[in-house]
Design a binder for this molecule. Structure first.
Ligand code: GRF
Length: 204
């Protein structure tokens, strides 16, 4: 390992639009800037929704936040300058509902991961998020669902798959009960898969 790599600290930005339970798991696993995991920390929470629960979590753990606006995200600089000047070198999408613009993908090539609450390539693409995914899985009488953690490219739910884990779908499941089971899987695996990916791509 080179001296430079030994010194490097990776600052994660976690993008989330909702309650933020996965963002919380990331913060608990890695810690925050100057206060946690030696080489990887959660430095910034980014949200497109000023009322999102994830912002309360950010406040509780004293993680800086950035609220983004659709126009600037999609048609402006995609907040690349703001992320770079905050020292961000890796991005985690944890329940972030906007499509990531090409500018952001190009600025962080191979350095953006997403979690999807189903077994891609099934049940992915535009409109397939949150309870819509679980509803579709149940309506199609699937007996198995799960999670997919993948790299982000210019297309929805399309980049290289890094990890999948499965769980059963019960005949009695509702979208809510299935979502709970999927959340357990996400919380159990997502931080470790991010750690492995960051280590492989930036720290080795
Ligand atoms: C997760 O199930 C994630 O896979 C999906 O949105 C949900 C976010 O949950 N895309 P939370 O906000 O992390 O609790």
């Amino acid at each position: 390992m080179s001296g430079a790599a030994q010194e490097q600290v990776v600052n994660l930005a976690v993008f989330a639009s909702g309650a933020g339970s996965n963002a919380q798991k990331m913060i608990e696993y890695f810690g925050t800037a100057g206060n946690g995991h030696k080489r990887i920390n959660v430095s910034l929470i980014v949200s497109n929704k000023p009322e999102a629960g994830v912002l309360n979590i950010a406040a509780a753990y004293q993680v800086p936040t950035l609220i983004i606006n659709r126009e600037s995200f999609l048609k402006g600089n995609a907040y690349v300058d703001e992320l770079k000047s905050a020292g961000i070198n890796f991005i985690v999408l944890a329940g972030f509902l906007w499509k990531v613009p090409e500018k952001l993908v190009a600025a962080f090539p191979g350095k953006i991961v997403n979690i999807h609450p189903a077994l891609l390539p099934k049940y992915g693409g535009k409109g397939m998020y949150g309870h819509f995914v679980h509803e579709a899985v149940i309506n199609n009488k699937e007996t198995e669902s799960g999670i997919t953690i993948h790299l982000v490219d210019e297309q929805y739910d399309h980049g290289a798959r890094l990890f999948q884990a499965t769980c059963p779908v019960l005949s009695t499941d509702t979208p809510d009960t299935l979502a709970q089971r999927i959340h357990h899987l996400e919380h159990a695996h997502f931080p470790r898969v991010v750690e492995d990916t960051v280590t492989r791509t930036l720290l080795l």
